[in-house]
Each structure stands twice: as structure tokens, then as C-alpha cells.
Unconditional design. Structure first.
Length: 585
């Protein structure tokens, strides 16, 4: 117990009528015999309950107190202090609000302990009193490995249900503790899943049914990781809870649905885009996390290499023409376009976007939501926008010939049009438009350039180590530099969930449409000819750009090979496809 001034504590307990003089004397005798603190002796003898003892200690020390339980502790925050250090300090981090970390401590009056935790976490510490035995119990549960949702829910009952339409993490600690403790098992589980995802900077939460458990997986740095599981019997209730806050029909389980949730966590607003899909074992829920604080739209922070930046700025700064950003889903295309819009935004320009859906709201820009149910398609919205005197138009995605044709015509009539397309590399974008039926002379005349991109995971700084890859790995990656140099990788640690990676960096190939390339686009027989002319103009492939991250010690050969694999496959196909006779366009 944290208090050594047992006589003062004993007198307080007697004055409060919590124990008698005789009971206090018994406890003091037991304390001397077993070398325990007075509080522990009183609890062991059954004279005082742990909760009453805690309240008395808090009153004596003039501190807030809490009884630890599941739902009060954020697992991601608890792991800010490792198990050995937490045991030595007799402390357990509970949750974080802005830059303040609330920590349960057996000795909350110990300034050295508070300073040590502050140094370890870099946060301001708000200590609350908890019993040492209570802290040790939850250190075992939360710092001993993966958090088991079964134990998380074991002490919560259905009688504690409280529906909260707007989840809020505010600055009042006592209200926060009360709100989390009084919540239902399902509310607490959903809250925990969302808060863990936000703090681990996950982009998506997957809630999936199976025969034994409900799996809760997070997409972190582009890879799915299972960090939680819940009893299968709770799956329907969890789905219903998500549907309620997403304003979806909880009675409809046979059709896919979409919804949106707005929450406030750690003092910032976050949107969650919800999608439900019926499966054989029940509905699967995916929540896309749209945290604007993670949207860094500053152009110089995108990761475009210095030798590419001049061309990058040129193709987006021309007063008219079309620029495409290509890449697979989740490669950061929207972030790149938002960065460009931030660069172009000014009071002198009318910038309009057409998106499906609008992911982030941008100041000073007119954003339009596609709604195909009522006929508000990309093509129809684009035609209407042309009557709104736009200077810059962003089309969320070119999906069909109609949208592509209207976008090209808009670019040719004096507008700067930005959009995305799903292709493996930059040269492939021109071929894709031809496949859609857009004539070559229109493509050659309208285009400023194409940017292809990927997101490569970067090495975790906490477990970064050096190594020497095999000659085969170097050959597979096309490494042309010094083969005897030191390379780096992550060994795996708790900070990166044993993946060896933490965070991601952009890999870009910028293909500017210069006069030689424009001439090539008029007559090109295939992608390889476009690639050849592009190389003469200084263009470099995604693989070559990605290897620069390896050169800088920021990523690994394996990761660059992984994210550029599709680009290389597309190149191989293009090299081996038979030439097709040119058609007159």
C-alpha cells in the first residue's frame, strides 16, 4: 500500500466510522506480524473492502482514485510503459486526452515516479490512486501480450447498457472514468476498437464473423493485423451497435449498407465511413477512418524526390490540361490530389471537386458528392460544373468512357482537370484511355502528365538493424549500386507489432508530357514505346524510385519489391504482347 503513515490512516478510518478501535488494533498486530501495510492488513482480515480502503486513502492524500476494470484502460496507451518498468513503478497508464496521460499509481504522491513516466512517454502525467494489487492484476492482463476481449468483458453486465450517440473524449477526468465504466459491454468494445485504431493510426477496422470468435483486424501501414477478438455470440450485438451510430437499418441484414459516424477523440474530430456486407456467418463491418490530422497536404511532405519536383510542379501548374494520378486502392492518390489542390488554392481561382465519397472537407474549395442513386454521376456532375465557371476541376476517378471523354474535352477547353485512374504505372494510363475509346490525338493534345505512386512501409526506428542481403535478393530488386554496402531492416518489436515497419513513405514516378512524348502518343503502338521515349526525357520507373528509399536506409529491398511488383508485371506483359496494327483515330 502507498501510505506509510499508518497511524494517521488508522485514525482517519476510526474518525470516519469505517473501523472500530478494536478492529484497528487487530490490523496493526497483523501488520507487524506479516510486514504488510495497514491497508492490506485491513483488507486481508475482511474488516474493510478494497473500495472503501481506496476511498479512505484518496481522502487522506487529497487525490482522485479509481478501481481498475476493463473498459477503463486503453490497451494501446497501457503499453506506453513496458511491463518491467510498470511493475517497478507500481503504475499503469490508463488513457490519454490530448497531451495528458492519466496513470493509475500505487504511490501517486511520488514525484520521482511521475517524472519517470513523463520522461518515458513525453506526456504530462495526471496521477490517480489505485490499489497496488489492483494495478498488478491489470498489468498482467494488459502488458502480458495480446488483450483478450473475453477478459475485457467478463465483469460487465447487460444491465449497464447506455446508448451514446456521439462518443466524446473530453478533458474532465472524473467524467471520462465514469462514462467508460458505466458503459455497456458492447459500447465499451466498439469504443475500444475505435480508439485503438485511431491511436495506432489504422486506416480501416474490419469486424468479421467466424464460427468461434469475432475477429477485429486493423489495417496499419497497409497491412491487416488482428489485435483483438470477441466471443462469436456478441457479433450480432457489435454489428447492431455500429449500425446504430452509423444511422443504418439494423433490421436489414440481407443487403449491403453504408453509413457514417462522427466522433471526437483526443480533442479532434474524426469521421468513420461504415460499410456492412452480409456473409455466410453473419454481417461483416468495415470502418474507414478519416482522421484529418493525418492528412498532411503540404506538397513538400509528400515524399516526391528533389529531381522529380520540378516536373511535378510544372504538370500541375499549367492553366489547362489534364493530369492523372494512378495507382491501386490505398496508394495515397487522394492525398496527392488534395496536396495539389492546397497548392493551387487561391481567392482568384474557382476550384471544384467531384468525389465518391467526399473524404475530407477542404477550406475554400467547392466539393460535390456523387450520388448515383439519383443520377448524380461523375459525368453528369462534370458537365454541370463546366457551367459554373471553374478554373480547376478534380474528378475523384475516371471509371468509364463518358467521364473520360468529358474530362478530356474540359481540359481542351481551358480547364485544369485532375483525376485518378487504376493502372500499374504512368505509361499504362495512356493505354487505358485508348482502351476506353478515347482517340490518341485527344490524349496527346490534352495531357500535361501522369503521376504513378505507391506507399512503401518504412523501417521501424525502434528495432532498426543492419544486415547484408543475398545476391539473389539484390538481383531480383535490380540493385545496381554497391553490393557490399550495409542495408537495414526492422527486427520487429512491440512498437511496430513485430512487423519491422512503422509508417509509410510515398514512391512516385512522374511522367511529364513533353513535345517528344506528345509526338509519340500520336503514333505509339504500345506501352513499351511510351516508356522508351519517357526514359529519354528523364522519366524513371517506380522500382528505381523505390530503391532510393533503400539507399537512404528508410525502407527494405523486400518492401520495395512488394509494392512495385504489379508495375514490373505490367511491364513484362507489355514487352511480350504482340504489336497490334495501328488504327486510324
Amino acid at each position: 500500500m502507498p501510505v506509510k503513515r499508518s497511524s494517521k490512516l488508522g485514525q482517519l478510518l476510526v474518525d470516519e466510522g469505517l473501523v472500530t478501535e478494536a478492529e484497528l488494533h487487530r490490523a496493526l498486530e497483523a501488520q507487524k506480524k506479516d510486514h504488510k501495510h495497514l491497508g492490506e492488513a485491513l483488507i486481508d482480515l475482511g474488516i474493510l473492502s478494497p473500495k472503501a480502503m481506496l476511498a479512505a486513502l484518496a481522502k487522506q492524500l487529497n487525490l482522485k482514485c479509481c478501481v481498475l476494470r476493463h473498459g477503463l484502460i486503453d490497451p494501446a496507451v497501457a503499453r506506453l510503459v513496458d511491463r518491467e518498468e510498470a511493475a517497478r513503478l507500481k503504475a499503469l497508464p490508463l488513457f490519454k486526452v490530448s497531451d495528458t496521460l492519466t496513470v493509475a499509481m500505487a504511490e501517486p504522491q511520488s514525484l520521482p515516479t511521475i517524472d519517470r513516466i513523463g520522461t518515458l512517454t513525453g506526456l504530462r502525467i495526471n496521477p490517480v490512486l489505485a490499489l497496488e494489487s489492483n494495478i498488478a492484476e491489470f498489468q498482467d492482463k494488459y502488458l502480458g501480450g495480446q488483450v483478450d476481449i473475453d477478459s475485457f468483458l467478463v465483469n460487465l453486465t447487460e444491465s449497464e447498457v447506455k446508448v451514446v450517440e456521439r462518443e466524446t473524449i473530453d478533458d474532465d477526468v472524473s467524467h471520462e472514468i465514469s462514462r467508460m465504466v458505466d458503459g455497456s459491454p458492447i459500447v465499451n468494445l466498439v469504443n475500444l476498437a475505435i480508439m485503438t485504431a485511431v491511436r495506432d493510426k489504422a486506416s480501416d477496422i474490419h469486424i468479421e464473423p467466424s464460427k468461434q470468435v469475432t475477429r477485429i483486424r486493423y489495417r496499419i501501414d497497409g497491412s491487416l493485423r488482428e489485435l483483438m477478438s470477441a466471443p462469436a455470440t456478441m457479433h450480432a450485438a457489435v454489428v447492431s451497435r455500429v449500425k446504430v451510430i452509423g444511422k443504418m437499418d439494423i433490421a436489414e441484414r440481407r443487403l449491403p449498407q453504408e453509413g457514417r459516424v462522427h466522433v471526437v477523440a483526443e480533442g479532434r474530430e474524426i469521421d468513420l465511413r461504415v460499410s456492412s456486407m452480409p456473409t455466410l456467418l453473419g454481417e461483416k463491418i468495415v470502418l474507414r477512418i478519416l482522421d484529418k490530422t493525418n492528412l498532411d497536404v503540404a506538397l513538400d511532405k509528400l515524399g516526391v524526390h528533389a529531381h522529380q519536383m520540378a516536373a511535378f510542379r510544372r504538370i500541375f501548374s499549367r492553366p489547362h490540361g489534364i493530369v492523372l494520378v494512378t495507382g491501386p486502392t490505398g496508394s495515397g492518390k487522394t492525398t496527392t490530389l488534395y496536396s495539389v489542390l492546397d497548392l493551387l488554392s487561391s481567392p482568384e481561382k474557382n476550384i471544384v471537386t467531384i468525389e465518391d465519397p467526399v473524404e475530407y472537407q477542404l477550406d475554400g474549395i467547392n466539393q460535390i458528392q456523387v450520388n448515383e442513386v439519383i443520377g448524380m454521376t461523375f459525368a453528369r456532375a462534370l458537365r454541370s460544373i463546366l457551367r459554373q465557371d471553374p478554373d480547376v476541376i478534380m474528378v475523384g476517378e475516371i471509371r468509364d468512357e463518358e467521364t473520360a471523354r468529358v474530362a478530356v474535352q474540359a481540359a481542351l477547353t481551358g480547364h485544369l482537370v485532375l483525376s485518378t485512374l487504376h493502372t500499374n504505372n504512368a505509361p499504362g494510363a495512356f493505354i487505358r484511355l485508348g482502351d476506353m475509346g478515347i482517340e490518341r490525338y485527344l490524349v496527346a493534345s490534352a495531357f500535361n502528365g501522369v503521376v504513378a505512386q505507391r506507399l512503401a512501409r518504412t523501417i521501424c526506428p525502434y528495432c532498426k538493424t543492419s544486415y547484408f542481403p543475398s545476391e539473389t535478393a539484390l538481383a531480383d530488386a535490380g540493385w545496381l549500386g554497391d553490393t557490399s554496402r550495409v542495408f537495414y531492416k526492422g527486427e520487429g518489436c512491440k512498437q511496430c507489432h513485430d512487423s519491422g515497419y512503422r509508417g509509410r513513405a510515398g514512391v512516385y514516378e512522374v511522367l511529364e508530357v513533353t513535345d517528344p512524348l506528345r509526338t509519340c502518343l500520336h503514333r505509339a503502338q504500345g506501352e513499351e514505346e511510351i516508356r522508351s521515349v519517357g526514359r529519354q526525357c528523364g522519366w524513371r520507373t517506380l522500382r528505381e524510385e523505390g530503391l532510393q528509399l533503400v539507399e537512404q536506409g528508410r525502407s527494405t529491398l523486400e518492401e520495395v519489391l512488394r509494392v512495385t511488383h504489379a508495375e514490373m508485371e505490367g511491364r513484362t506483359r507489355a514487352e511480350h504482347e504482340p504489336e497490334v496494327s495501328a488504327t486510324t483515330n
